[in-house]
Design a protein around this ligand. Sequence first.
Ligand code: UN1
Length: 483
Amino acid sequence: MKPHANYIGGAWVPGPDAAENINPSDTRDVVGLYARASLEQAHDAVAAAAAAQPRWAASLPQQRADALDFIGREIEQRGPELADLLAREEGKPLAEARGEVQRAAHIFRFFAGEALRAGGELLPSTRAGLAVEITREPVGVVSLITPWNFPIAIPAWKIAPALAHGNAVVFKPAELVPGCAWALAEIISRAGLPAGAFNLVMGSGRALGPALIDDAQVAAVSFTGSEATGRQLAARAVARPGAMARVQLEMGGKNPLVVLDDADLDVAVACALNGAFFSTGQRCTASSRLVVTAGIHDRFVDALVARLQGLVLGDARKPGTTVGPVVDATQLQQDLKYIALARSEGAELAFGGQHHAELEGQPGHYLMPALFIHSTNTMRFNREEIFGPVAGVIRVADADEALAVANDTAYGLSAGVCTTSLKTAAHFKRQLQAGMVMVNAPTAGVDPHVPFGGRKASSHGPREQGRYAAEFYTVVKTAYVAA
Ligand code: UN1
């Protein structure tokens, strides 16, 4: 097998070594070999981006729009193939993988339009004879560091706005999912960008961080991943000598889904099932805390367990599978550790939690979604992000207690409420301390053109996606003109 190369300065560059990309549904299956860039190569990528950026920034908006549109259309045309690759390397069931690939295509096409919509503002001055003009300019070179759980959509929602707004990109995908990243880079390599405007370097953040974050030519870093890594990254970005790098961090979540007595039971159960367990619970927007009022609690738990019994755990690419494997052995160990912890903390396992080292003769990281009941909001498993198919039901007396429990968390990405009362929905919408509030809808699953981001320890910096992405990918210039 020949390793897939890095893409630096418009050329495919092999790394000093390469890593195997393993299928979590069948660990005997090697998806491919992917180069690991050296630190020097990552610096080369930053230098190439810095050299190309002025040209890309000076390109006509229509040229940027055409390039992004080309990328979006090709992703769409190759949807089934890319979804199969995604399911194979990450373990997301094929139907969900198809949705994610479609989302990536829509993101590129949305930002094709954004390239043309960029505008400014004219303000009157308080002084006579002056006009004030406000425009947005590209930030410069941006490092984009993405996680494994959305191998194509998250790269898309960082790369597309970065390019639309005239920045040059150094993209470093998570080590577990280089396949979709490489396929995306290959498409971008044919989109008509100047050499160096887009670069792909694969490998670990630890090894490449000194280039991606500390290199003075990097103007901004957008990162999605763990809170611990995010904090370190931000500290580094401001500690470096000279200009500090702008940072945008999307990190953990411990998202509550509140189910109130007056909720439509079917809606609430569907929201919980999707929010807590789809994508194997590996979403920062997952509803890992199910906060349920006493009057509906038992009916809700019974109905949710019944739905859980209908889930089909299996190979992500097999038709009929509704829950794929955990992404790798490390994540599996973390999930199992939290399942054991929940038990030791006194929560009761109402469903699942079994680990299968193989299914139908295939060795993989299979874990049956685990639902705990009789859990409290002070238990550690209800406070720390697990990033797996593990959720705790927290019984509360009434809506007031539900709101207090929902907000009693270090995080604030997404929060949901299931109720049939417009008045209660409005109250929760205002009072939930989260970047995104979902009423009678799952906490996970977002639109490509809508701002995405959280509060508290979940996020740092401006929102991603939609026209709000310009807050991060452009810098404002204020010009006073005396005429
Ligand atoms: C979604 O819920 O569809 O890493 C998107 C994550 C988030 C994206 C979630 N940044 O899970």
